[in-house]
Design a protein around this ligand. Structure first.
Ligand code: HEM
Length: 377
């Protein structure tokens, strides 16, 4: 190897060694023992209660006070440039909603929704659907024991039917769009993919927010329209005691609406309906007087989703009985008229009132509907 080259390598090695030695040379303790250079003024130690401005001086770059303030902004609002109520609250205060840990409100709400409402609400709907399918498989459509007489009775006037179907269609749209918002992530997203599912969910959410107020009005109209015949009457307890004959045996006599319809009316349509509608209108920010704070919106959402799951589960029973579950029931609400035999079999006391002339056979001016094809021969 050429001489100059050997010298060069030696030189570099020595330089490295010297550098390392210079570094090594100064044992830290010794260096430190030397203390700060002359004239150095140590910044004051950061105090736990410093503002972020003070901390910027005492320990630049350490924004712990800012993050402490953000964390506490649920208790003591900070200042932000955002307009509107509670904009100084970046993290909500600690709360415990039923079924959640004691944690920040946003997290508590998320826990209740994802650990309770989604799994158990979904399970309830599936259980009801399976129960209806099993019931239909075992019992088949109820009624139709007596052949039609050909004599028709007006069961629902055109106004009653219009009120009912506007409400029923609004409910169906709300139920489908609500289920898509709740379960779309698990059912639609894997099939449709992010973009399409995103657009669909956004469209359904918008439809939900528009149809919601319509349902509020139509539900009120349905309640007012039918309430007189939904009041408790003699014979209702007997009907309930016999389970309406659905589990075997003859159906106990009832007036225009049987006790099962009345329980569903007062519990599912009135009591739960009012909770679904009031919390839904709140979530829709329909009422001008409120600030719609996040905590209140979370509570409204918990009420809305629990009540809506219950209402859907209960109304599935109504929809089943009102479509294929009871022979001739659908015709009554679709065309307005039922056969005397149907009235006698399902609402014997109502039939007696009509026979006795206490209730007119026809209440509206509309022409009697022709016997539907599905009429009982
Ligand atoms: C697609 C859904 C629906 C279908 C197929 C349906 C079907 C029916 C049928 C066939 C009847 C006549 C029962 C009878 O003659 O006694 C009826 C009555 C009635 N429906 Fe519906 N319905 C639906 C949705 C709704 C909804 C969402 C509500 C309210 C929230 C509702 C409230 C009522 C009321 C109050 C009555 C009067 C008798 C009773 O209390 O059952 N319906 N429905």
């Amino acid at each position: 190897m050429q001489r100059w080259m050997r010298r060069l390598i030696l030189g570099i090695t020595l330089a490295c060694a010297a550098l390392a030695a210079a570094h090594a040379q100064q044992p830290p303790a010794a260096e430190a023992a030397k203390g700060p250079p002359p004239g150095f003024v140590a910044p004051p130690l950061p105090k736990p209660d410093e503002t972020n401005g003070e901390r910027a001086k005492s320990q630049p770059g350490n924004n712990a006070p800012l993050w402490r303030a953000v964390r506490k902004s649920g208790e003591q609002q900070g200042v932000t440039s955002l307009p509107g109520a509670e904009m100084g609250t970046l993290i909500q205060r600690f709360v415990q909603y039923p079924g959640s840990r004691y944690t920040t409100a946003g997290e508590a709400w998320r826990e209740v929704r994802n650990r309770w409402i989604i799994p158990y609400g979904g399970a309830l709907i599936v259980i009801v659907l399976v129960a209806i399918a099993l019931f239909h498989w075992r019992k088949g459509p109820l009624g139709g024991k007596h052949p039609d007489t050909g004599r028709r009775i007006e069961r629902f006037t055109p106004v009653e039917r219009a009120a009912h179907w506007v409400n029923a269609i609004a409910f169906a749209i709300l139920a489908v769009s609500g289920l898509a918002m709740a379960f779309g992530k698990f059912i639609l997203l894997p099939v449709l993919g992010l973009t399409l599912n995103g657009w669909l969910t956004y469209a359904l959410k918008t439809l939900h927010n528009i149809v919601g107020p319509l349902f509020a009005v139509s539900l009120l109209i349905v309640i007012v329209t039918f309430v007189r015949d939904e009041l408790p009457r003699p014979g209702d307890l007997e009907w309930l005691r016999k389970g309406g004959g659905m589990l075997g045996g003859a159906e106990a006599p009832s007036h225009r609406f049987n006790a099962g319809e009345k329980v569903l009316f007062w519990f599912a349509m009135v009591a739960i309906g009012v909770i679904v509608v009031a919390s839904g209108l709140y979530l829709d920010k329909v009422f001008p007087a409120f600030d719609y704070l996040r905590g209140d919106m979370q509570v409204a959402h918990l009420f809305h989703s629990v009540a809506a799951m219950l209402m859907m589960a209960l109304l599935l029973g109504h929809i089943y009985l009102g479509t294929v579950g009871v022979k001739g029931a659908y015709d009554g609400m679709r065309h307005g008229w039922v056969d005397e035999a149907w009235a006698q079999e399902h609402h014997a006391l109502w039939h007696d009132d009509i026979k006795a002339g206490r209730i007119p056979v026809q209440r509206s001016g509309s022409a009697p509907a022709a016997r539907p094809a599905s009429a009982n021969p």
